[in-house]
Design a protein around this ligand. Structure first.
Ligand code: GLY
Length: 568
């Protein structure tokens, strides 16, 4: 990457502190009120920018983007799923957990047959795979605490998109086709999604009606009344029957939690606490990497040695993840011990720079790789990093009849049978066993890096367990390899998670990559498993003037927008 790119991203110190999005702003740029959004599609980016231009803050924009994505990005955007929001408002970090919860009738063995074997697909496809959705309650709670624009105004763009329709991008149609195959049948998603075709306006009138109820009644438009009745009625259709009840919906609550906070190479890190594994894993990776700077010294980016060293860090982190992490309301997660420097120094101490260490017996979890992320900053220096999900593309494949939205299959993020791998290799222990009301362990890692207390890099990604390694690599690319943000996001990514043993998942070694890398890794004993792409980052940084720069991921259909907004 160029020296100019490096200077652009790593804005110089010694500039004045002003209450703007970029902290260090040269005197001439003081007072600029610039906001930015990086989202997984163009329509939601426009919705977010319109909110900022109207004087809404980052949280207002995030709410409108999330609701718009429930319409324009149905494969992962949602009101039938859940997620996490990491925020920085008026200099204060916070975290909102609106993860789905297990219905009250859920049991530890609900996906097992009498002989203890796991029932094929039950935690993935159909009504029984769905956890109680958290998105609407989460967005509402974020609005009550931080919102400045009327709730109905933030829902309105989503209603219009559902009612009036839009041209579905080719990638959206392709993902629908893939999802239908995975979900076990071309008709699974019902008439409207089946008929969706490139070049034909895609309208979702039932979803427009549901969103209208949410606009008028807030969470009661979803968790009570007509929408709740439609969800409960849906549970009785098809086999196996679902178990979400009216009482489950009425009882659902989002939770404000203390984010994981740390410091790394002079930057503040604000990221996701349990029930996500993401924040702890990210801090462990960053800390161990810094503790082993000796091993990384002079090692070229994405060389075989580099990928091996990163995989060694990941191996240790994913072993901890499988053993210790679960919903903190049900399981005591030893957060402080997991982040203790002396502990991490011991963990990283045994890395052999040339050979993979033998895979220990502790086994990690694997997750469905689809989810979606967006980042927002406003002109007052507030930031939101939001990752939310229905788990697989199109979730459980269940569209609530009459309500027009998809239900998640988040129950699959629990260990279906503790200690016993299911068809996707998901294994885990008691920490992530199913219990009524419990949240399944997640890897979502919505993160904000700060410099002198102000947002410096806002980012996150979909990708199941790959989220953790994706966010880690982008941060390392920016800070340790001094890439400009676009290059840091675009660079080839790889992933390792302890199991499958000595396997490195990697994007194709693109042009410019050293052709020897693949052969060298194989010679070290690694198996390489190619996948089309690892993660889909939506990131906002700042340039040398303190203004935001956006870097949606070139891998998918992400979009970024920057606008100077009127001072309020
Ligand atoms: N369902 C993906 C995650 O929560 O990590």
């Amino acid at each position: 990457m160029s020296e100019m790119g490096r200077r652009q991203f790593l804005a110089g110190s010694g500039a004045a502190l002003v209450p703007g999005i970029g902290l260090a702003v040269p005197a001439g740029a003081q007072g600029s009120r610039t906001g930015a959004v990086a989202t997984p599609d163009t329509l939601s980016a426009e919705v977010g920018m319109a909110v900022l231009r109207r004087g809404g803050n980052a949280v207002d924009a995030a709410i409108a983007i999330a609701l718009a994505l429930a319409v324009t990005y149905p494969e992962a955007g949602n009101i039938g799923g859940g997620g996490f929001m990491t925020g920085l408002v008026r200099g204060r970090p916070w975290f909102l957990d609106y993860r789905e919860s297990a219905p009250r009738a859920a049991t530890e063995t609900m996906y097992q047959a009498a002989d203890g074997s796991v029932m094929d697909g039950w935690s993935l496809v159909g009504n029984l795979a769905a956890g109680v959705p958290g998105t609407v309650r989460g967005l509402w709670d974020a609005h009550r605490r931080f919102g400045t624009r009327p709730w109905g105004e933030l829902v309105e763009p989503a209603i219009a998109l559902a009612r009036d329709g839009f041209d579905p991008p080719a990638q959206m149609v392709r993902i629908r086709d893939d999802a239908q195959r995975d979900l076990g049948g071309a008709n699974r998603l019902g008439g409207r999604f089946n008929a969706m075709a490139a070049g034909q306006v895609f309208r979702q009138p039932e979803l427009a009606d549901t969103l209208t109820r949410i606009a008028r009644q807030g969470p009661d438009g979803f968790y009570a009344g007509e929408t709740a009745d439609l969800i409960v009625a849906q549970m009785a259709r098809g086999m196996p029957r679902g178990i979400i009840t009216a009482a489950d919906l009425a009882a659902y609550r989002a939770r404000w939690r203390r984010p994981i906070e740390g410091r790394w190479r002079g930057l503040g890190v604000i990221t996701a606490p349990p029930p996500s594994s993401g924040g702890i894993a990210l801090m462990q990776l960053l800390t161990m990497k810094a503790l082993r700077d000796d091993l990384f010294a002079g090692v070229p980016h994405n060389s075989s040695r580099y990928i091996h060293l990163m995989a060694e860090l990941c191996k240790r982190v994913f072993a901890d993840r499988a053993q210790y992490l679960g919903d903190p309301d049900y399981w005591q997660v030893p957060v402080a011990r997991l982040l203790d420097r002396a502990y991490l120094a011991r963990r990283a101490g045994g890395i052999d720079p040339l050979r993979p260490s033998p895979t220990p017996s502790i086994r990690p979890g694997l997750e469905r790789p689809q989810t979606t992320h967006f980042s927002v900053v406003d002109g007052a220096g507030n930031a939101v990093s939001n990752t939310y999900t229905i788990n697989g593309w199109y979730g459980s494949g269940v569209v609530v009849e009459g309500a027009g939205f998809l239900l998640n299959n988040e129950m699959d993020d629990f260990s279906s049978a503790p200690g016993v791998p299911n068809q996707f290799g998901v294994v885990g222990g008691a920490a992530n066993a199913i219990a009524p009301g419990k949240r399944p362990l997640s890897s979502m890692t919505p993160t904000i890096l700060t410099r002198d207390g102000a947002p410096w890099l806002v980012l996150g990604s979909p990708g199941g367990s790959r989220i953790i390694t994706t966010v880690f690599q982008v941060i390392a690319n920016v800070v340790d390899h001094q890439m400009d943000l676009a290059s840091a996001v675009a660079a080839q990514r790889f992933h390792h998670q302890l199991l499958p043993e000595d396997t490195i998942f990697t994007e194709p070694f693109g042009s410019g990559a050293d052709p020897r890398v693949e052969a060298e890794l194989t010679a070290m004993g690694y198996r390489l498993q190619m996948q089309d792409y690892v993660g889909d980052v939506a990131a906002i940084g700042r340039d040398v003037s303190g203004s935001p720069i956006v870097a949606p991921d070139p891998r998918a259909r992400g979009a970024g927008r920057i606008a100077t907004v009127d001072a309020r």
